[in-house]
Structures are given as structure tokens and as C-alpha cells.
Write a protein that binds this ligand. Sequence first.
Ligand code: FAD
Length: 504
Amino acid sequence: MIYDLFIIGGGVNGCGIARDAAGRGLSVFLVEQNDLASGTSSASTKLIHGGLRYLEHYEFRLVREALIEREVLLKAAPHIIWPLRFVLPHHDGLRPKALLRLGLFIYDHLGGRKILPPTRTVDLHTDVTGEPLKADFTTGFEYSDCWVEDARLVVLNARDATAKGAIIRSRTKCVSARRDGALWTLVIEQNGQQETIQAKALINAAGPWVSSVLGAVVGRNDPDKIRMVKGSHLVVEKLYDHDRCYIFQNADGRICFAIPYEQNFTLIGTTDQDHKGDPGKPEISDEETDYLLRSVSEYFRMPVTRDHVRWAYSGIRPLYDDGASKAQEATRDYVLKVDKPDDGAPVLSVFGGKITTARKLAEAVMDKMKPFFPAMKGSWTAKASLPGGAFPYSEVDARIAALQKAYSFLKPAVIRRLFRAYGTEAEKILEGARFANDLGQSFGPISEREIEYLRANEWVVTADDILWRRSKLGLHMKPEEQQALREFMEPTQKSKPKKTAKVD
Ligand code: FAD
């Protein structure tokens, strides 16, 4: 068979493009060399946001598109996306209050906000959000953005793509792509076995590998360059009890978030460091750890130290190299480059982009593909829900309560997690169960039934796929529970216990 599109990369962009294209009637084959979302798309700050900071770099197009996307995505996946409120304390000596007010006025009005509440001024000496902060901070501004379970967004896009006929192969690497007249001949490799696929167009959505795919896989001598910018996060013990997030200004002009995370933790991020070499397994440096701890300790009454740190993760932003002098100033907007010789098949490469704008990016990719597939259908994803998300976001609590009533033998925290992960599909996992035993063997918070569901529907192979990408149960499960899960899923792991949570 000759496919219409062959996509390299199972991150948010590759899977988003696969979904959009399959829904327009194109035949799609996508390969991901590791697990889905194993690259940058599981290492983000997990915000569906306009990007307040980008206003300072005059990125109005990007900010407007991203602001509009907040409510589009909230409607499409209200189980894995939810509204958040951010408190931005005014800091004497940094941006003046009038500038903060102006920025937030633009932020409130640029992007067709209908559901999310507007900005308000907060007296930090009387409001609960002032309690964990030093007394010098008297005024704050509270505004809206959204949270997303980033790796789950990727998998839901992949699932919707397959529901519309796409083939998604994880743990499969594209090792070579050669033009054969009007077709591409792709060599893919899985478990040491090679296979050849033919396609009319190639989409290079390899994230931080986009240039190396153009060079080593496609064989281009002068591939367009990306700027790899590492960003790291710390997960620390919960620093405060309310549900608001903080956005702190740093003296270097950057900002730093502190966000309630996974019930028991606070997420702190992020950094901007130029990265050279293999983007494979980026790790936080001591310098980044110190920087993040220093940034938030400038604001919190109680200094945040290495003793609070429970985990850290890092990702590489695959930014388009626009020649900006500082990493933090390089554009966050996406750039799509099409290369098509007169008589040859096209390749489109994706540079940059955000989790927030991946759906719009996929639409832009389809616009570029239109001349090659004139019969394809029009755009459709703006009003379509993702798997498990076909309900109004205002019903989340009622639906969790109904699930709890139907499966009262499960603890409220388990029911909430299942609904937040799978939405209406949680029912499929639990169906028919009347007692905990009906769900099979238990590994702390996760049951055999859920594992089987993940294996059957979400390309899960290893314990890490579950512990760190389909969920963050790695933060909650005891070492012996994690080991039991490993032995269950990967029997060869029996004799080699693996440390997963990085605790400094
Ligand atoms: P990736 O997710 O890296 O996917 C590319 C995939 O291609 C990889 O999984 C890789 O394994 C695969 N691949 C490469 N070569 C091959 C090959 N030869 N064969 C098969 N597969 C291959 N965005 C937001 O909207 N909100 C945020 O809060 C946010 N915070 C961020 C914080 C940080 C620290 C970082 C680094 C980024 C953040 N972003 C955020 C940006 C966002 O995460 C990225 O833009 C997005 O995840 C990039 O997705 P991608 O699909 O292009 O790349």
C-alpha cells in the first residue's frame, strides 16, 4: 500500500497531525522511536496558556492563537485539561504595576475569552494567596490559564488518529527516507527488524531531532537548524495548601512558576539553557537546581531547599533558530518548512511550537499539504472532542460523583484519578466490577484491569510508560509497588530493581 502521509515523531505535533490528517480522509502511517510522548511532549510545564511573557517579545500572533486555543482545548478534553488561576506578585524594582496591569488587560482581551474568569487585583496581606509569601509582597494580580496532562494529550491524539484509520507504531524508528520520484521510500526498524513503507508525502515532526532527521535520515546536506533550549523542573513537597499557582518575576527578566502538582507536590519551573549534542536524555544541572530554588525562595516565606526536592525532569525545546541572542528570547512560534523538488515528493519539517498550539499547527500543516492532496476534506478538529472528553467541562464533578456511586468500593482519590485520566472511558475499565478483586491484581493505586486497558489501547509496553507518562504514579507508588509492577509487566526485570524517582 502507498500511504498519503508518513510521519516521523510521536510527540504532540506528530500525533496531532496524524489525527487531523486521518480525519480528513488521508491514509497515515506514524512512527515513534520510543514511547509516545517520550520526547519533549512529556517534559513541559503542562500549561495551555497564551504565554504572558511572550507579549514582551511582541509575539502577538502566537499569544492570540494560544489564548483562543485554551477554551477550544478545554472543550475538547475537559478530563485532562482544567482551568487554573495564577497569582503574579508585584515586586518592587522589577516590572511596574502599570505595566503588569497593561499586559494582563491585553491578555484578557486578545483571545476571545468566554469561559475563563478575568484578571483581578489581589491584596496579598488579606488574601489566602499572600499567606505563604514574604510580607514585602503586598499586591498581586490573579489571571486565568489552563493545565494539561501533556503526555495524555499526545496519546489521546494518537488514539483518535487510529480511530480514523491511521497506523501508529511506537518503538519504531525511521532509519532512512529516500525520494523515489513522486514517492518516499521509508525504512523503519522495530526490535531489529526492518520494513519498507511507501508514502506520497513525509512529515518530519521529530522535535529536537528535526534537523538530524533531515540530515541523517533524509540525507539533506544543509538541513535547517534548530536551537535546542533545555528547560528543567523540580517537583518539591507541597509548599502551600490553596489551589492557586504563582508566576514569579526573576531579576534576570525571566519568570518562574510554582504550581500545585499531583495533590502532594508543588511543581517549580522552568529554565532556559542552550543545549548541544544528543537531545536524548536531558537532565537538570546543579546550576539549574540552584537557580530554581533561589527564584522561588525570593518569594516564599519558607526557603525552598534541596531537602524539599522529590523529583526533577528536563526537556529540550526544539525552537526555530531565529538568531536571538538569549535562549529565553528565541521565538516560541512554529515554523513549517516544505521542501519539494519539481518532480519529487514533498517533505514538511516542523520547527518549534507549543503543546497549546499543536492543534493549530496541525491545521497549518494540512493547509501546506492541500496542493498535494486536493481532494482532502476541510478542517474539523476545532469542534471535535478527544477520546473520553465528550462532555461539558462544567460536568466534571458530577460525573466523578456518579462514577464514585457506581463503584463505591474504590477510594475517592482512585476514582478522581481514573476520571481525570480517562474521562468517560473510565467506565470501560471498571465495567462490571463489584469488588476490588474483580479488577485483578493490585499494585497499590493501579489495578491489573487498568494495566490491560493501557496495553490494549494506549501503546503501553513497560512499567515506565505507566509510571511517568500515561500517569505520574511514579511519584505516589512505594518502591516495592513499582518493583512489583515492573516484574508483572517486564518479567526479565525481576532481578534488577530500578530507581525511578530522582531524589536529590
Ligand atoms: P517531541 O515531543 O520531542 O516529539 C518528537 C518525537 O520524535 C520524539 O518522541 C522522538 O522520539 C521522535 N523521533 C525523533 N526521531 C525519530 C526517528 N528517526 N524515528 C521515529 N521517531 C523519531 N508548551 C506549552 O504549550 N505549554 C507549556 O507549559 C510548555 N512548557 C514547556 C516547558 C519546557 C521545559 C519545554 C522543554 C517545553 C515546553 N513547552 C510547552 C513546549 C512543548 O513541550 C513542545 O513544543 C512540544 O512538546 C514539542 O512537541 P514535538 O512533537 O514537536 O516534539
